[in-house]
Design a protein around this ligand. Structure first.
Ligand code: FES
Length: 128
């Protein structure tokens, strides 16, 4: 973990939003094909469709875990449309420091799962 920001190190050690939501409205699992790590994202929505609660779980590296913690700590209250508008660059910038090129896929794993939950998570939530 040499060379990473204090923010990344702190979130990797003490991740926010780590856990499960019972009976989520949306859920999605994303796998990093390069390493086999996987993250599961679950969301509960308010009556008007904004994010009321979010959680993540799974087996992933410290960079992916820190990125999930930082991103998901900031999206409660956002609408699905606003979440989909979040760019990869915004997600990486929020990490507070550079990400080594070969770890960018790790850092983006959570936002890929989040986009999957927004776009396809309803079917997942009702199918199991
Ligand atoms: Fe697998 Fe980072 S090494 S997500």
């Amino acid at each position: 973990m040499d060379g990473y920001s204090a923010k990344i190190l702190e979130h990797a050690k003490y991740p926010r939003k780590f856990g499960r939501i019972s009976d989520p409205d949306l859920k999605f699992e994303e796998v990093n094909p390069l390493c086999g790590d996987r993250i599961r994202v679950e969301l509960r929505l308010t009556g008007i469709g904004a994010v009321e609660e979010i959680s993540f779980s799974g087996e992933m590296c410290a960079i992916a875990k820190a990125s999930a913690s930082i991103l998901f700590a900031s999206i409660e209250g956002m609408t699905p449309a606003a979440i989909i508008d979040l760019s990869d660059e915004q997600v990486l910038k929020a990490l507070g420091g550079p990400i080594k090129r070969h770890r960018v896929r790790c850092a983006l794993l959570p936002v890929l799962a989040l986009r999957g939950a927004i776009l396809n998570g309803k079917e997942n939530a009702t199918s199991s």
